[in-house]
Design a protein around this ligand. Structure first.
Ligand code: CYC
Length: 169
C-alpha cells in the first residue's frame, strides 16, 4: 500500500534518480491539499452512515427495479449487502484521499471484484452510479464546511468507477 510520498520515492529510487521538477510538483500539490484531505476525511467519518443511507435511497429511487422482485438488491439480505458495499467504497475512498494514492483501492477493494460481481449478477452500472452519488454528496458536504477546492475528492471515486466499468462482461 502506498501514498503519494512513498509512491514517488519508490519509483524514483527504482530509476536511481533524484526527485525532479515533476516529482516536486506532485509533492507540492499533495501537501497543499493535505489539510483539506484530512478535513474531508473527518467530515466523511462524521457522516458516513447518513451518506451511505441517503445515497442508497437516491440510487433506489432512480433505479427502483433493483429492489423489486428479480432485482439484484431485492430481499433484505441483498439490500443490506448492497448498502454494505457502498459503505466499503466510501470508507476506502477516505483512505485513498488521505494517502493521495489509489493503491489501497487496487489492493483492498478492486482486486477480483468484477469477477465476484459478475458471478453474483451484481450489476456494475448501478454500482457505479451509487459511487458517483456518494461522491457528489461528499463534495457538497465538504464544500458546505468551507473547503473551497474540492476537485481532489473526485480521484478515488472516479478511479473505482473507471476500474469497475472497464471491459464489462
Ligand atoms: C472491502 C472490499 C469488498 C468489497 C467491495 C466486497 C463486495 C462484495 N459484494 C458482494 C455481494 C453483493 N453486493 C451487492 C451489491 C449491489 N447489488 C445491487 O443491485 C446494487 C447495484 C449494489 C449496491 C450498490 C449485493 C446485492 C450482493 C449480494 C449478492 C448475492 O449474494 O446474491 C460480495 C459477495 C459476498 C458477500 O455477499 O458478502 C462481495 C465480496 N466485499 C469486500 O470485502
Amino acid at each position: 500500500m502506498r501514498d503519494t510520498v512513498t509512491g514517488l520515492i519508490g519509483s524514483y529510487d527504482l530509476a536511481g534518480q533524484y526527485l525532479d521538477r515533476d516529482a516536486i510538483d506532485q509533492l507540492r500539490s499533495y501537501f497543499n491539499t493535505g489539510m483539506a484531505r484530512v478535513q474531508a476525511a473527518g467530515i466523511i467519518n462524521a457522516n458516513a452512515a447518513s451518506i451511505v443511507k441517503e445515497s442508497g435511497r437516491q440510487l433506489f429511487a432512480q433505479l427502483p427495479e433493483l429492489i423489486q422482485p428479480g432485482g439484484n438488491a431485492y430481499t433484505t439480505r441483498r439490500y443490506a449487502a448492497c448498502l454494505r458495499d457502498m459503505d466499503y467504497y466510501l470508507r476506502y475512498a477516505t483512505y485513498a484521499l488521505v494517502a493521495g494514492n489509489t493503491d489501497v483501492l487496487d489492493e483492498r477493494v478492486l482486486y477480483g471484484l468484477r469477477e465476484t460481481y459478475n458471478s453474483l449478477d451484481v450489476p456494475i452500472g448501478p454500482t457505479v452510479r451509487g459511487i458517483q452519488i456518494m461522491k457528489e454528496m461528499v463534495k457538497a458536504q465538504v464544500a458546505a464546511a468551507g473547503i473551497e477546492k474540492t476537485e481532489f475528492l473526485d480521484q478515488p471515486f472516479d478511479y473505482m468507477t473507471r476500474e469497475l466499468s472497464e471491459q464489462d462482461v
